[in-house]
Design a protein around this ligand. Structure first.
Ligand SMILES: C=CC1=C(C)c2cc3[nH]c(cc4nc(cc5[nH]c(cc1n2)c(C)c5CCC(=O)O)C(CCC(=O)O)=C4C)c(C)c3C=C
Ligand SMILES: [Fe+2]
Ligand SMILES: [Fe+2]
Length: 322
């Protein structure tokens, strides 16, 4: 039976315009896995306030990070797909690789159609989220299950749940940090900033926060860092309820007063650079840190289509073949 790989990521607007951002946010923020409020409460707020006011504001932010070839998340995701396809071919493995996004295009459905047309009977669904979260990984599973309702012949399935402690992932991150230090020098601290989730999700059983802490511990150990040389924080809060703490932006304000003047920041929850890393971390938070008295701030890019990242994806695929 022919095996295929479906790489999945979050998705991104098709253009950095208010209209395209509104369409993207509307699909994203209607997902119960992301916002689980009763629709009688959420829909009036979403349609009346959030979409009309947030879309033009966020469109401007996307304009600031957009690449000539498109949204960074999309450009990088396509490179990851092509890179993994090439690496498999180079090893003589006949295994098609398709790309699908939870929100926007190319959809998970179109990715599956591509694999189906190539005669795939077993699918490795690989959400590009190293840490499992209800709001990301479970949502990919929902989309897949919904899609399979339409199929008479459901393919065999391997679903990559998470890879937060996978040795290849930790060593790819460590190599990336070391090569950054070689080129740019080493800061006083390595800050590991992860996308946040509502604290309530964790209370209800989401292992995301725990997995983020484990990734940090393993990376710090691999780099030989002392406890005062690294810290874990959570970014990208949305809405008014409490999210996982400590918050990245609040930490940026405090660090220079604690004597941390040179900071290196890495975002291990993001397999590809995107709005949340390029604008929020490399832009907004850098400004906060420097304004608070920081002297040097370096953002270490996501693993993107680094050869080490592609090799790690190959190893994850291999793990699912046994
Ligand atoms: C509404 C709540 C949100 C939860 C919960 C959430 C979890 C979550 N998200 C990512 C990865 C990404 N999020 C991105 C953008 C983004 N995230 C939210 C909201 C939640 N995310 C919004 C509203 C947005 C859009 C931008 C904005 O309006 O602020 C992106 C970037 C997409 C891009 O186009 O570049 C990624 C990637 C993870 C990993 C996660 C939970 C673990
Ligand atoms: Fe609605
Ligand atoms: Fe998000």
């Amino acid at each position: 039976m022919k095996t295929g790989v479906l790489l999945v990521n979050l998705g991104t607007p098709s253009a950095p315009t208010s209209v395209a951002v509104k369409a993207f946010l509307s699909q994203f923020l209607h997902d119960y896995r992301v916002v689980d409020l009763p629709r009688s409460l959420w829909c009036p707020l979403l349609h009346g306030i959030i979409l009309p006011f947030r879309s033009p504001k966020v469109a401007k932010l996307y304009q600031g990070i957009w690449w000539p070839e498109g949204s960074p998340l999309m450009v990088v995701s396509k490179r990851q797909q092509a890179g993994l396809q090439q690496a498999l071919q180079d090893e003589g493995i006949d295994m098609p690789v398709a790309l699908g996004m939870s929100y926007g295009e190319p959809s998970i459905e179109s990715g599956w159609q591509q694999l189906k047309e190539q005669g795939v009977g077993k699918v490795i669904v690989l959400p590009l989220y190293p840490q499992y979260s209800v709001s990301t990984t479970a949502s990919v599973f929902d989309s897949w299950a919904k899609l399979m309702k339409k199929e008479r012949l459901v393919p065999a399935l391997r679903f990559v749940h998470d890879y937060h402690d996978f040795s290849g992932y930790i060593s790819a991150l460590a190599d990336s940090v070391r090569s950054h230090w070689e080129q740019h020098g080493r800061g006083d601290m390595l800050l590991l900033s992860y996308h946040g989730i509502p604290k309530r999700f964790e209370n209800e059983g989401d292992p995301y926060g725990q997995q983020c802490h484990r990734t940090s511990e393993l990376l710090a150990a691999e780099l030989g860092l002392e406890p005062h040389q690294w810290r874990t924080t959570f970014q990208s809060r949305f809405g008014r309820e409490e999210w996982l703490q400590p918050y990245t932006d609040k930490t940026m304000e405090k660090l220079p007063k604690e004597g941390i003047k040179k900071l290196d920041v890495i975002c291990p929850a993001f397999s590809a650079d995107c709005l949340e890393t390029l604008e929020e971390i490399a832009g907004e938070n850098k400004e906060i840190f420097l304004k608070a008295g920081g002297e040097q701030y370096h953002y270490i890019p996501a693993l993107n289509d680094n050869p080490a990242h592609i090799r790690m994806l190959m190893d994850l695929v291999r793990r699912e073949l046994v």
